[in-house]
Ligand binder design. Structure first.
Ligand code: HEM
Length: 341
Protein backbone atom coordinates (compact mmCIF):
# COMPACT_ATOMS: atom_id res chain seq x y z
CA UNK A 1 0.00 0.00 0.00
CA UNK A 2 1.32 3.44 -0.89
CA UNK A 3 1.60 6.33 1.49
CA UNK A 4 -1.36 8.60 0.56
CA UNK A 5 0.39 11.55 2.24
CA UNK A 6 3.22 11.50 -0.23
CA UNK A 7 0.73 11.36 -3.12
CA UNK A 8 -0.91 14.53 -1.78
CA UNK A 9 2.43 16.21 -1.14
CA UNK A 10 3.48 15.41 -4.71
CA UNK A 11 0.37 16.99 -6.18
CA UNK A 12 0.61 20.08 -3.96
CA UNK A 13 4.31 20.45 -4.85
CA UNK A 14 3.40 20.52 -8.55
CA UNK A 15 0.85 23.34 -8.26
CA UNK A 16 2.02 26.58 -9.85
CA UNK A 17 1.27 30.07 -8.59
CA UNK A 18 -0.95 30.80 -11.62
CA UNK A 19 -2.82 27.50 -11.22
CA UNK A 20 -6.10 29.18 -10.46
CA UNK A 21 -6.54 32.42 -12.41
CA UNK A 22 -10.31 31.92 -12.64
CA UNK A 23 -11.89 32.22 -9.21
CA UNK A 24 -13.15 28.86 -7.95
CA UNK A 25 -11.77 26.87 -10.86
CA UNK A 26 -9.20 24.27 -9.84
CA UNK A 27 -7.44 22.64 -12.75
CA UNK A 28 -4.87 19.89 -13.28
CA UNK A 29 -1.61 20.91 -11.52
CA UNK A 30 0.37 19.76 -14.56
CA UNK A 31 -0.72 19.19 -18.17
CA UNK A 32 -3.21 21.96 -17.49
CA UNK A 33 -3.94 23.08 -21.05
CA UNK A 34 -5.30 20.31 -23.23
CA UNK A 35 -7.71 19.31 -25.93
CA UNK A 36 -9.64 16.15 -26.59
CA UNK A 37 -10.41 14.00 -29.60
CA UNK A 38 -12.06 10.64 -30.19
CA UNK A 39 -11.52 7.76 -32.57
CA UNK A 40 -10.82 4.05 -32.55
CA UNK A 41 -8.04 1.55 -31.93
CA UNK A 42 -7.49 -1.48 -34.13
CA UNK A 43 -5.13 -4.12 -32.73
CA UNK A 44 -2.55 -5.63 -35.09
CA UNK A 45 -2.91 -9.35 -35.99
CA UNK A 46 0.01 -10.30 -33.69
CA UNK A 47 -1.07 -8.26 -30.65
CA UNK A 48 -3.28 -11.00 -29.22
CA UNK A 49 -0.31 -13.42 -29.17
CA UNK A 50 1.37 -11.15 -26.60
CA UNK A 51 -1.46 -9.86 -24.47
CA UNK A 52 -4.92 -11.11 -23.52
CA UNK A 53 -6.28 -7.62 -22.73
CA UNK A 54 -9.46 -6.84 -24.66
CA UNK A 55 -8.05 -3.94 -26.68
CA UNK A 56 -5.45 -6.31 -28.21
CA UNK A 57 -7.92 -8.97 -29.38
CA UNK A 58 -8.68 -7.44 -32.80
CA UNK A 59 -12.10 -5.91 -32.27
CA UNK A 60 -12.14 -2.19 -33.00
CA UNK A 61 -12.60 -0.20 -29.78
CA UNK A 62 -13.60 3.42 -29.28
CA UNK A 63 -11.02 5.67 -27.67
CA UNK A 64 -10.94 9.10 -26.06
CA UNK A 65 -7.66 11.01 -26.12
CA UNK A 66 -6.59 14.18 -24.33
CA UNK A 67 -3.47 15.90 -25.66
CA UNK A 68 -1.83 18.44 -23.38
CA UNK A 69 1.03 20.82 -22.75
CA UNK A 70 3.08 19.48 -19.83
CA UNK A 71 3.24 22.80 -18.03
CA UNK A 72 1.03 23.44 -15.02
CA UNK A 73 0.42 26.96 -16.24
CA UNK A 74 -3.17 27.73 -17.18
CA UNK A 75 -1.88 30.18 -19.79
CA UNK A 76 -1.68 28.58 -23.23
CA UNK A 77 1.91 28.68 -24.55
CA UNK A 78 1.85 26.16 -27.36
CA UNK A 79 4.99 27.53 -28.99
CA UNK A 80 7.22 27.21 -25.93
CA UNK A 81 9.53 24.26 -25.51
CA UNK A 82 7.66 21.84 -23.22
CA UNK A 83 6.87 18.18 -22.69
CA UNK A 84 3.49 17.22 -24.26
CA UNK A 85 1.06 14.61 -23.02
CA UNK A 86 -1.25 12.09 -24.66
CA UNK A 87 -3.70 10.34 -22.34
CA UNK A 88 -5.70 7.58 -24.04
CA UNK A 89 -8.76 5.79 -22.76
CA UNK A 90 -9.77 2.57 -24.54
CA UNK A 91 -13.51 1.93 -24.00
CA UNK A 92 -14.15 -1.75 -23.32
CA UNK A 93 -17.24 -3.74 -24.28
CA UNK A 94 -18.47 -4.12 -20.66
CA UNK A 95 -18.60 -0.34 -20.24
CA UNK A 96 -15.24 -0.25 -18.40
CA UNK A 97 -12.00 1.27 -19.66
CA UNK A 98 -8.25 0.90 -19.68
CA UNK A 99 -5.93 3.93 -19.83
CA UNK A 100 -2.50 4.60 -21.30
CA UNK A 101 -0.97 7.89 -20.13
CA UNK A 102 2.06 8.95 -22.15
CA UNK A 103 4.33 11.95 -22.69
CA UNK A 104 7.01 13.06 -25.12
CA UNK A 105 9.88 12.33 -22.71
CA UNK A 106 11.02 8.70 -22.90
CA UNK A 107 12.42 8.64 -19.34
CA UNK A 108 11.26 10.15 -16.05
CA UNK A 109 13.00 12.55 -13.64
CA UNK A 110 13.19 10.36 -10.55
CA UNK A 111 13.15 6.67 -9.58
CA UNK A 112 10.98 6.95 -6.44
CA UNK A 113 8.13 9.13 -5.14
CA UNK A 114 10.46 10.57 -2.47
CA UNK A 115 13.12 11.64 -4.98
CA UNK A 116 10.43 13.02 -7.31
CA UNK A 117 9.10 15.11 -4.42
CA UNK A 118 12.62 16.52 -3.89
CA UNK A 119 12.85 17.19 -7.63
CA UNK A 120 9.43 18.87 -7.78
CA UNK A 121 10.37 21.21 -4.92
CA UNK A 122 13.78 22.08 -6.40
CA UNK A 123 12.45 22.53 -9.94
CA UNK A 124 9.61 24.82 -8.87
CA UNK A 125 9.48 27.64 -11.42
CA UNK A 126 11.68 30.48 -10.20
CA UNK A 127 12.29 34.00 -11.59
CA UNK A 128 14.41 34.00 -14.72
CA UNK A 129 15.98 36.80 -16.70
CA UNK A 130 17.79 37.41 -19.95
CA UNK A 131 21.55 37.18 -19.28
CA UNK A 132 23.70 40.07 -20.44
CA UNK A 133 26.10 39.30 -23.34
CA UNK A 134 29.01 39.79 -20.86
CA UNK A 135 27.60 37.20 -18.50
CA UNK A 136 27.21 34.76 -21.41
CA UNK A 137 30.85 35.27 -22.41
CA UNK A 138 31.97 34.66 -18.81
CA UNK A 139 29.84 31.48 -18.71
CA UNK A 140 31.43 30.25 -21.95
CA UNK A 141 34.92 30.97 -20.58
CA UNK A 142 34.05 28.90 -17.50
CA UNK A 143 32.91 26.13 -19.89
CA UNK A 144 29.33 26.54 -18.60
CA UNK A 145 26.58 26.68 -21.19
CA UNK A 146 24.57 29.87 -20.50
CA UNK A 147 20.85 29.52 -19.86
CA UNK A 148 18.67 30.21 -22.94
CA UNK A 149 16.90 33.57 -23.13
CA UNK A 150 13.40 33.50 -21.63
CA UNK A 151 10.50 33.66 -24.10
CA UNK A 152 8.74 37.05 -24.38
CA UNK A 153 6.42 37.18 -21.36
CA UNK A 154 8.23 34.40 -19.49
CA UNK A 155 9.38 35.54 -16.06
CA UNK A 156 9.49 32.20 -14.21
CA UNK A 157 10.66 28.79 -15.37
CA UNK A 158 11.71 25.45 -13.83
CA UNK A 159 14.94 25.04 -15.84
CA UNK A 160 17.46 26.52 -13.40
CA UNK A 161 16.25 24.42 -10.42
CA UNK A 162 15.87 21.28 -12.54
CA UNK A 163 19.43 21.59 -13.88
CA UNK A 164 20.78 22.26 -10.39
CA UNK A 165 19.01 19.11 -9.18
CA UNK A 166 20.32 17.06 -12.12
CA UNK A 167 23.87 18.27 -11.41
CA UNK A 168 23.60 16.65 -8.00
CA UNK A 169 21.46 13.63 -8.89
CA UNK A 170 22.68 11.55 -11.78
CA UNK A 171 19.36 9.71 -12.15
CA UNK A 172 17.64 12.97 -13.22
CA UNK A 173 20.14 13.89 -15.92
CA UNK A 174 18.66 12.02 -18.87
CA UNK A 175 15.14 13.42 -18.45
CA UNK A 176 16.22 16.94 -17.44
CA UNK A 177 18.55 17.31 -20.43
CA UNK A 178 15.93 15.96 -22.81
CA UNK A 179 13.24 18.22 -21.31
CA UNK A 180 15.50 21.26 -21.62
CA UNK A 181 15.86 20.80 -25.37
CA UNK A 182 12.57 19.18 -26.33
CA UNK A 183 11.07 22.09 -28.34
CA UNK A 184 7.49 22.37 -29.56
CA UNK A 185 5.75 20.02 -32.02
CA UNK A 186 4.18 21.52 -35.16
CA UNK A 187 1.01 19.72 -34.13
CA UNK A 188 0.00 17.27 -31.38
CA UNK A 189 -0.14 14.46 -33.94
CA UNK A 190 3.50 15.03 -34.97
CA UNK A 191 5.16 13.79 -31.74
CA UNK A 192 6.02 10.40 -30.20
CA UNK A 193 4.55 9.74 -26.77
CA UNK A 194 6.00 7.27 -24.24
CA UNK A 195 4.15 5.57 -21.37
CA UNK A 196 7.60 5.57 -19.70
CA UNK A 197 7.03 2.92 -17.00
CA UNK A 198 7.21 -0.84 -17.42
CA UNK A 199 3.96 -2.79 -17.58
CA UNK A 200 3.51 -6.57 -17.45
CA UNK A 201 1.47 -8.18 -20.22
CA UNK A 202 0.18 -11.76 -20.08
CA UNK A 203 -0.03 -13.87 -23.25
CA UNK A 204 -2.75 -16.51 -23.87
CA UNK A 205 -0.30 -19.30 -22.81
CA UNK A 206 0.35 -17.50 -19.51
CA UNK A 207 3.76 -16.10 -20.49
CA UNK A 208 4.40 -12.76 -18.82
CA UNK A 209 6.50 -10.05 -20.46
CA UNK A 210 7.86 -6.80 -19.03
CA UNK A 211 7.18 -4.12 -21.65
CA UNK A 212 7.23 -0.39 -22.40
CA UNK A 213 4.74 1.32 -24.75
CA UNK A 214 5.23 4.19 -27.20
CA UNK A 215 2.84 5.89 -29.63
CA UNK A 216 4.62 6.65 -32.91
CA UNK A 217 2.94 9.21 -35.20
CA UNK A 218 2.36 7.78 -38.67
CA UNK A 219 2.84 11.27 -40.21
CA UNK A 220 6.30 11.44 -38.54
CA UNK A 221 7.81 13.58 -35.81
CA UNK A 222 8.21 17.28 -36.54
CA UNK A 223 9.05 20.25 -34.33
CA UNK A 224 8.68 23.96 -35.03
CA UNK A 225 11.77 25.91 -36.01
CA UNK A 226 13.06 27.67 -32.89
CA UNK A 227 14.07 30.76 -34.88
CA UNK A 228 10.52 31.35 -36.17
CA UNK A 229 8.31 33.75 -34.18
CA UNK A 230 6.65 32.02 -31.21
CA UNK A 231 2.91 31.42 -31.60
CA UNK A 232 0.89 30.99 -28.37
CA UNK A 233 -2.14 29.05 -29.57
CA UNK A 234 -2.04 26.72 -32.55
CA UNK A 235 -2.00 23.11 -31.32
CA UNK A 236 -5.75 22.68 -30.97
CA UNK A 237 -6.38 24.33 -34.34
CA UNK A 238 -3.77 22.17 -36.12
CA UNK A 239 -5.23 19.00 -34.62
CA UNK A 240 -8.72 19.97 -35.75
CA UNK A 241 -7.39 20.73 -39.26
CA UNK A 242 -5.88 17.26 -39.29
CA UNK A 243 -9.23 15.69 -38.26
CA UNK A 244 -10.96 17.56 -41.08
CA UNK A 245 -8.42 16.13 -43.54
CA UNK A 246 -9.04 12.49 -42.54
CA UNK A 247 -7.59 12.19 -39.07
CA UNK A 248 -4.43 11.58 -37.08
CA UNK A 249 -2.91 8.12 -36.82
CA UNK A 250 -0.44 6.54 -34.38
CA UNK A 251 1.15 3.08 -34.16
CA UNK A 252 1.36 1.56 -30.70
CA UNK A 253 4.82 0.03 -30.29
CA UNK A 254 5.61 -2.35 -27.44
CA UNK A 255 9.26 -2.82 -26.48
CA UNK A 256 10.00 -6.11 -24.71
CA UNK A 257 12.41 -5.99 -21.79
CA UNK A 258 15.08 -8.60 -21.17
CA UNK A 259 16.91 -9.88 -18.14
CA UNK A 260 19.15 -7.11 -16.81
CA UNK A 261 16.89 -4.26 -17.99
CA UNK A 262 15.53 -2.05 -15.26
CA UNK A 263 11.84 -2.86 -14.85
CA UNK A 264 11.11 -0.71 -11.81
CA UNK A 265 13.03 2.46 -12.56
CA UNK A 266 11.73 4.72 -15.31
CA UNK A 267 14.79 6.99 -15.22
CA UNK A 268 16.73 4.19 -16.93
CA UNK A 269 16.53 3.65 -20.68
CA UNK A 270 16.54 0.14 -22.13
CA UNK A 271 19.02 -0.78 -24.87
CA UNK A 272 17.63 0.44 -28.21
CA UNK A 273 17.94 -2.97 -29.89
CA UNK A 274 15.24 -4.61 -27.74
CA UNK A 275 12.52 -6.41 -29.68
CA UNK A 276 9.54 -4.21 -30.58
CA UNK A 277 6.07 -5.40 -31.53
CA UNK A 278 3.52 -3.27 -33.37
CA UNK A 279 0.42 -3.71 -31.21
CA UNK A 280 -2.09 -1.70 -33.23
CA UNK A 281 -3.15 1.52 -34.90
CA UNK A 282 -4.99 4.42 -33.35
CA UNK A 283 -7.09 6.61 -35.64
CA UNK A 284 -8.32 9.91 -34.26
CA UNK A 285 -11.04 11.32 -36.46
CA UNK A 286 -13.63 13.06 -34.28
CA UNK A 287 -13.79 16.20 -32.24
CA UNK A 288 -15.39 15.82 -28.84
CA UNK A 289 -18.45 18.01 -28.96
CA UNK A 290 -18.81 20.46 -26.11
CA UNK A 291 -15.21 19.49 -25.85
CA UNK A 292 -13.18 21.44 -23.42
CA UNK A 293 -15.66 21.69 -20.55
CA UNK A 294 -16.54 17.98 -20.61
CA UNK A 295 -13.03 16.82 -21.24
CA UNK A 296 -11.60 18.91 -18.47
CA UNK A 297 -13.69 16.82 -16.07
CA UNK A 298 -12.31 13.47 -17.22
CA UNK A 299 -9.64 11.81 -15.09
CA UNK A 300 -7.18 9.39 -16.54
CA UNK A 301 -5.09 7.12 -14.36
CA UNK A 302 -2.03 5.12 -15.49
CA UNK A 303 -3.06 2.33 -13.09
CA UNK A 304 -6.52 2.00 -14.59
CA UNK A 305 -5.70 -1.27 -16.37
CA UNK A 306 -7.80 -4.15 -17.61
CA UNK A 307 -7.12 -7.89 -17.19
CA UNK A 308 -4.10 -9.03 -19.18
CA UNK A 309 -2.02 -5.94 -18.45
CA UNK A 310 -0.79 -4.80 -15.04
CA UNK A 311 1.55 -2.33 -13.42
CA UNK A 312 5.16 -3.32 -12.68
CA UNK A 313 6.58 -2.72 -9.20
CA UNK A 314 7.92 0.69 -10.24
CA UNK A 315 7.14 2.78 -7.13
CA UNK A 316 6.55 5.92 -9.20
CA UNK A 317 3.90 4.17 -11.28
CA UNK A 318 2.27 2.88 -8.09
CA UNK A 319 2.12 6.30 -6.41
CA UNK A 320 0.61 7.83 -9.54
CA UNK A 321 -2.56 5.85 -8.84
CA UNK A 322 -3.20 7.83 -5.62
CA UNK A 323 -1.72 11.09 -6.90
CA UNK A 324 -4.10 11.20 -9.88
CA UNK A 325 -7.08 10.23 -7.70
CA UNK A 326 -6.22 12.98 -5.23
CA UNK A 327 -5.80 15.51 -8.04
CA UNK A 328 -9.05 14.45 -9.63
CA UNK A 329 -10.94 14.97 -6.35
CA UNK A 330 -9.14 18.25 -5.76
CA UNK A 331 -10.47 19.63 -9.02
CA UNK A 332 -13.86 17.92 -8.67
CA UNK A 333 -13.44 15.80 -11.80
CA UNK A 334 -15.40 12.72 -12.79
CA UNK A 335 -13.87 9.82 -10.86
CA UNK A 336 -11.80 7.43 -12.88
CA UNK A 337 -13.85 4.25 -13.57
CA UNK A 338 -11.63 1.94 -11.52
CA UNK A 339 -11.50 4.09 -8.40
CA UNK A 340 -14.82 2.68 -7.22
CA UNK A 341 -16.03 6.10 -6.03
C1 HEM B 1 5.21 10.59 -9.34
C2 HEM B 1 5.17 10.97 -10.62
C3 HEM B 1 4.03 11.76 -11.19
C4 HEM B 1 3.12 12.53 -10.55
C5 HEM B 1 2.99 12.81 -9.05
C6 HEM B 1 2.22 13.06 -11.54
C7 HEM B 1 1.14 13.87 -11.28
C8 HEM B 1 0.16 14.20 -12.17
C9 HEM B 1 -1.08 14.82 -11.82
C10 HEM B 1 -1.51 15.19 -10.42
C11 HEM B 1 -1.79 14.99 -12.96
C12 HEM B 1 -3.21 15.58 -13.09
C13 HEM B 1 -4.21 14.45 -12.90
C14 HEM B 1 -5.63 14.91 -12.93
O1 HEM B 1 -5.96 15.90 -12.24
O2 HEM B 1 -6.44 14.27 -13.62
C15 HEM B 1 -0.99 14.49 -14.04
C16 HEM B 1 -1.37 14.49 -15.35
C17 HEM B 1 -0.62 13.92 -16.34
N1 HEM B 1 0.59 13.26 -16.22
FE1 HEM B 1 1.58 12.91 -14.51
N2 HEM B 1 2.60 12.61 -12.78
C18 HEM B 1 3.70 11.80 -12.61
C19 HEM B 1 4.39 11.14 -13.59
C20 HEM B 1 4.05 11.15 -14.92
C21 HEM B 1 4.69 10.37 -15.93
C22 HEM B 1 5.85 9.39 -15.71
C23 HEM B 1 4.06 10.64 -17.10
C24 HEM B 1 4.31 10.06 -18.45
C25 HEM B 1 4.14 8.80 -18.73
C26 HEM B 1 2.99 11.58 -16.82
C27 HEM B 1 2.12 12.10 -17.75
C28 HEM B 1 0.98 12.83 -17.44
C29 HEM B 1 0.00 13.24 -18.43
C30 HEM B 1 0.03 12.99 -19.93
C31 HEM B 1 -1.01 13.92 -17.73
C32 HEM B 1 -2.27 14.55 -18.31
C33 HEM B 1 -3.42 13.55 -18.22
C34 HEM B 1 -4.71 14.15 -18.71
O3 HEM B 1 -4.73 14.62 -19.86
O4 HEM B 1 -5.68 14.14 -17.95
N3 HEM B 1 3.02 11.87 -15.49
N4 HEM B 1 0.21 14.02 -13.53
Amino acid sequence: MNDPDIAEQLVEALVLPDDNPVEGLVRRPVHTIGTGVAGYFQASPVARDYCTAEHFQGKQLDVTVRFSNGSGSAIERDGWSDVRGMATRFHLSDGGATDLVAMTLPEFFAPTPETFLEFAKEAKPAPCERLSPWRKIVDFLKLTIPMPDPYPGQDVRPNEGAIRFADQNKFAQLAVLQAATIGAPVSYERASYHAVHTFIVTAPDGTQRWVRFTWQPIAGVQNTTPKDPIVDTYLKEKLEECLDKGGARFSLMMMIGELGDDFNDSTRAWPPHRKRVMMGTLTLDKKIEGADGDLEKISFNPCNLTDGIRASDDPVLKIRREAYEYSSKRRDATPCPFSGS
